[in-house]
Design a protein around this ligand. Structure first.
Ligand SMILES: *Cc1c(COP(=O)(O)O)cnc(C)c1O
Length: 365
């Protein structure tokens, strides 16, 4: 059957009706890719799967929430939408607004947006406003503007975004037949961890699934308000998509972690870069730095530096893991969005004169 996007696929779980004009770019239905090497590292009878959200139409999971938010905005007669963004929300909002034929304004922290994401927002005709401030300040302005002007906010403070994003959990359960035992993902504004948990709970309550996963959230060490339980005034990390110091869904993320008996932990920028390279070199999957945070999270849980409360590490040590254990790790955005970060990986091309001899030598044969 033809895939027509997440609203068509999961309509009865979403806040839409027969009259809602569906604005879709056929988002969702992203692959759940088995990771042989991560599975082997976790242990016998373990399966680790990567939900590759970088394969959505604009290259991140934001499209799932945006199709619902923009469809509902158009249903309400909105002529303009606005968002604050670390990059991917703006890329997605710009594309779906273009599709709907409405105006889109995006507020971005100046100089802190990956090059690909900025290009996406600009080419789709969004009004791109660079703010001399960070994401948290941009979101505060957007909230104020939304209160007094006729524009719809399409940040994840708009509940339609969370509703759309929970469909990723549905897709995981559709493929695996039930929820996994653990779900790893990066945490920035904390909308996605909130959305997955909502999706898993809804299907359990509806009797469609039997299990609930433990939610394992990872923040960059320089932007870890949930981990430290404290607002971070000047968040800092090269993973710009999670460079957030005062997340909108903070309380809901804490609830997801507590209710699921999961955990939140931090990883350094060096660990993020190492995980990005590891995933590309070992599994052939190129993700942006924020997405590599979830991989860095798994690698940390498996290593000697696992955090004290890490249930995965504890249970591995005590051989308490359910067997066979299933782990899903969301990789949230495509690596092509942030080409400049590859420079930080210290990778180089080799330049040679055009002779067979030189090429063979450069190949190391
Ligand atoms: C938005 C985003 C995140 C963070 O998700 P939140 O819902 O803000 O926690 C992580 N990775 C990528 C690629 C993103 O675009």
């Amino acid at each position: 059957m033809r895939w027509n996007g997440i609203i068509e696929a999961y309509r009865r779980f979403l806040p839409v009706n027969a009259k809602t004009p569906v604005v879709t770019l056929n988002e969702g239905n992203t692959p759940l890719i088995f990771s042989p090497r991560l599975s082997e590292m976790v242990g016998k009878e373990a399966s680790v799967y990567l939900k590759f959200e970088g394969l959505n139409p604009t290259g991140s999971f934001k499209d799932r929430g945006m199709t619902v938010a923009i469809s509902r905005a158009v249903e309400k007669g909105a002529k303009a939408v606005i968002c604050a963004s670390t990059g991917n929300t703006s890329a997605s909002a710009a594309a779906y607004a273009a599709r709907a034929g409405i105006t889109c304004a995006v507020l971005l922290p100046k100089g802190k947006i990956a090059r690909g994401k900025l290009a996406q927002a600009l080419i789709c005709g969004a009004q791109v406003i660079a703010l001399r401030g960070n994401f948290d300040e941009a979101l505060r302005l957007v909230r104020e503007i939304g209160e007094s002007y006729p524009v719809v906010i399409v940040n994840s403070i708009n509940p339609d975004r969370i509703e759309g994003q929970k469909t990723a959990a549905f897709e995981v359960m559709d493929v695996l037949g039930d929820a996994p035992d653990f779900h790893f993902l990066p945490v920035g504004n904390a909308g996605n961890i909130t959305a997955y948990w909502k999706g898993y709970r809804e299907w359990k309550e509806a009797g469609i699934s039997k299990k609930l996963p433990r939610m394992m959230g990872f923040q960059a060490a320089g932007a870890a308000p949930v981990y430290y339980d404290k607002i971070v005034r000047s968040p800092d990390t090269l993973a710009t998509a999670i460079r957030i110091g005062n997340p909108a869904s903070w309380k809901k993320a804490q609830m997801a972690i507590a209710q699921s008996n999961g955990c939140v932990d931090i990883i350094s920028d060096a660990e993020i870069l190492a995980a990005q390279k590891w995933l590309a070199c070992n599994e052939g999957i190129f993700v942006e730095p924020a997405s590599a945070a979830s991989i860095a999270g798994i690698l940390k849980c498996l290593g000697k530096r696992a955090c004290k409360q890490c249930p995965l590490a504890d249970e591995m040590r005590a051989s308490l893991l359910p067997r066979p254990v299933k782990i899903v790790c969301t990789v949230t955005g495509h690596g092509l969005k942030d080409p400049d970060v590859v420079n930080l990986q210290g990778l180089k091309t080799v330049t040679v004169w055009p002779t067979v001899d030189r090429v063979i030598r450069a190949m190391g044969l």
